[in-house]
Design a protein around this ligand. Structure first.
Ligand SMILES: *[C@@H]1O[C@H](CO)[C@@H](O)[C@H](O)[C@H]1NC(C)=O
Length: 296
């Protein structure tokens, strides 16, 4: 059956603290809430499909001072996904992090309110990478099709409706972005835009060096930029997720590293859907000063 229905979504997702989440993650949420941070943890947070793997690889390269050999381990082992839990494939982000040596890199898609309190209490540094929601929803749609644990998203238009209502894992994009945007005044939080990274990667990499209090050299920065280009990351098995079994992610349906561009939404939104989306966006974001660089 090709049609999606709410009951389908109910089978896969459940609410936790008022936000829709993967059912298998919710089952052990107490472990997430009770997570013990260490002061030198670095949190990398994004709404799904916003460039998490990209910024994670850049940070890994900074930590390893550009030694590519030290980055030859799957990205999800180097930067464990905090809230990820699935009994059927024994994925357990909390356990993996607990067993990891410091300094740890922590991947999460949580909004600030749901992040374990310990990260705030320990004053951990946090990076939030934000991406324009039209490209996010396109990417999320393909992710629903290729990654296990998702109901059939139905038509793209139906999926955009769900996204606008926050009826997708991690809830409302608007609330997520707004909450993290408010946190940017905290000196331990670095707020980045995917679009800025596409436009001037050097500038954003330099921001990361400064935030992480690491010394950049021109050679090191060049090496990192080269190693983390879309083409390099797409053809790197440690970052393209092909290490996972094909029943977890099916890259024949749509590769995890799909396009990595700004503006692919234009190939998916009809004029009417775009107008509807813009109107809703304006309503949701009217009190927020966050803006994305204009396309040109
Ligand atoms: C992933 O990377 C490997 C090389 O390590 C490459 O052979 C493969 O085509 C890539 N797969 C996808 C789906 O990007």
């Amino acid at each position: 059956q090709m049609e999606s229905s709410n009951s389908d979504y109910d089978k896969y997702f459940k609410e936790i603290h008022g936000i829709l989440m993967y059912e298998s993650f919710v089952k052990y949420w107490d472990d997430v809430d009770a997570f013990q941070a260490r002061p030198d943890d670095l949190v990398i947070s994004t709404y799904p499909k916003s460039g998490t793997t990209w910024v994670s690889e850049i940070v890994c390269m900074i930590y390893k001072e550009g030694d590519v050999e030290k980055c030859k381990e799957a990205i999800f082992d180097r930067v464990p996904y905090l809230e990820c839990r699935d009994d059927t494939v024994t994925m357990n982000g909390v356990k993996k992090l607990n067993e990891m040596a410091s300094p740890r890199l922590v991947k999460t898609h949580l909004p600030p309110e749901l992040l374990p309190a310990s990260f705030w209490e320990k004053n951990c540094k946090m990076i939030y990478l934000c991406r324009n929601p039209k490209d996010v929803v396109v990417s999320f749609y393909y992710f629903f099709l290729m990654a296990r644990g998702h109901p059939n998203p139905g038509s793209f238009e139906e999926f955009v409706e769900k996204f606008m209502e926050g009826q997708v894992p991690y809830g409302s994009w608007y609330n997520h972005a707004k909450s993290w945007w408010e946190k940017r005044v905290n000196p331990h939080v670095l707020f980045l835009l995917y679009e800025d990274m596409k436009k001037d990667i050097r500038k954003e990499v330099m921001k990361l060096f400064q935030f992480l209090e690491r010394k950049p050299s021109e050679e090191l920065v060049n090496k990192i930029i080269q190693h983390t280009s879309f083409q390099e990351m797409k053809n790197n098995k440690y970052t393209n997720y092909t290490i996972l079994p094909s029943d977890v992610m099916n890259h024949q349906v749509s590769p995890f590293m799909r396009k990595g561009v700004i503006g692919d939404w234009k190939n998916h939104f009809t004029v009417a859907l775009n107008e509807k989306f813009d109107k809703h966006y304006e309503q949701q974001m009217k009190k927020c000063t966050l803006t994305f660089p204009t396309e040109s």
